[in-house]
Design a protein around this ligand. Structure first.
Ligand code: GTP
Ligand code: MG
Ligand code: NA
Length: 342
């Protein structure tokens, strides 16, 4: 990083939308994984976190090697769409910089889509719409991983006209909810009008467009909020029992650096628990944190990242609370009291 250029942390992007709109499947398509296929009942029940390095994003788009991506990567947060998980959706949203709202093109805006829009407005978070399942349009001709404009050109007049009226309907529904939207390839007011990217998580049409738009659009919203600093912001996602590692806690490191040996405080129903980080693990890039897979060990981890922390005494840590790092010179009692106050 050049001396005068500020180091930017990876932005956090939250995926929101109604149940079964295709949020997890879209991520599977980007990652080349099958997380969705292994979910109980095909329903996401926990917040997920996946790190997409800039190089992998570049590979999936038409970005040339010499075009700089201004961020080291993107941390994507998958959320459940089922109505009973509204707490997790708002938790996911509260840690994100930007969002993707996934809408099923055959269904239009649904109850939790509208709920998501409400949350986005409250938190003042910018977003892109992925208008998913275009392959479900009757007679759709599959064009695997093609940019959407190319794929649309190859469709019959019937498909094109079904696409057109469904798109118009969705744009109207967004308007009714107070948002101006337009398909991104026709949108010349990108700052005022929300971009819609038609996608198929099944055959990948529009997925390169979505990734490209995300990284292109990021510089617009890279404000001070992505300037890296040492303040540690870290949210507990869930506690796990691991057969070799013992109790671990999955966290999203939103800002700052976590190191092995750090003294940390977690909140439990019984009060604060202070412990030492023994190990820091991350899944491999493009893999889901909560999927049981192989992990990489780290001496330190920089934000933003989904991290599995190994330490004693974590078993009662409460999801959604902050993990606090005790700095040299901090008064432990005060830090514990502050941790519990949140
Ligand atoms: P929740 O996490 O439970 O809210 O659902 P979700 O939004 O993550 O949707 P999910 O990825 O579970 O997909 C729901 C169903 O739709 C699955 O059967 C997917 O295979 C299917 N699906 C998702 N995206 C597409 C798509 O683009 N095309 C087609 N044909 N099917 C899709
Ligand atoms: Mg899901
Ligand atoms: Na689902």
């Amino acid at each position: 990083v050049a001396g005068d250029e500020k180091e930017l942390r990876a932005p956090i992007c939250c995926i929101l939308g109604h149940v079964d709109a295709g949020k997890t499947k879209l991520l599977d398509c980007i990652r080349g994984t099958n997380v969705q296929g292994r979910e109980a009942g095909g329903i996401t029940q926990q917040i997920g976190a996946t790190y997409l390095p800039a190089e992998n994003i570049r590979d999936r788009t038409s970005l040339k090697a010499e075009t700089a991506i201004k961020v080291p990567g993107l941390l994507v947060i998958d959320t459940p769409g089922h109505e009973s998980f509204s707490k997790m959706r708002s938790r996911g949203l509260s840690m994100c910089d930007i969002a993707v709202v996934v809408v099923d093109i055959t269904k239009g805006l649904e109850k939790q889509t509208v709920e998501s829009l409400h949350l986005l407005r409250c938190h003042n978070v910018s977003f892109i719409v992925a208008l998913n399942k275009v392959d479900r349009l009757y007679g759709w001709k599959e064009c695997t991983n093609a940019p959407i404009v190319e794929a649309l050109k190859k469709q019959s007049d019937d498909v094109k006209s079904e696409y057109k009226w469904r798109l118009t309907k969705v744009v109207t529904e967004f308007k009714e909810n107070g948002f101006n939207t337009a398909p991104y390839y026709e949108n010349n007011k990108k700052k005022k009008v929300v971009n819609i990217v038609p996608t198929s998580a099944e055959s990948g049409e529009g997925v390169p467009d979505l990734l490209l738009l995300l990284v292109r659009w990021l510089p617009d919203i890279i404000t001070d909020k992505l300037a890296y600093d040492d303040t540690i912001e870290c949210t507990v996602l869930e506690v796990n029992e691991h057969k070799d590692l013992g109790t671990t806690v999955d966290v999203v490191l939103i800002n700052g650096v976590l190191r092995q040996g750090d003294q940390v405080i977690v909140c439990t129903k019984q009060g604060p628990v202070t412990t030492i980080i023994r190990d820091l693990l991350t899944p491999h890039p493009m893999k889901e944190l909560k999927a049981k897979g192989a992990y990489k060990h780290h001496k330190e981890v920089r934000a933003a990242q989904g991290v599995k922390i190994v330490a004693r005494g974590l078993q009662y840590a409460m999801a959604g609370t902050s993990l606090i790092v005790v700095k040299p010179g901090d008064d432990l009692r005060q830090a514990e009291a502050a941790a519990m106050q949140e």
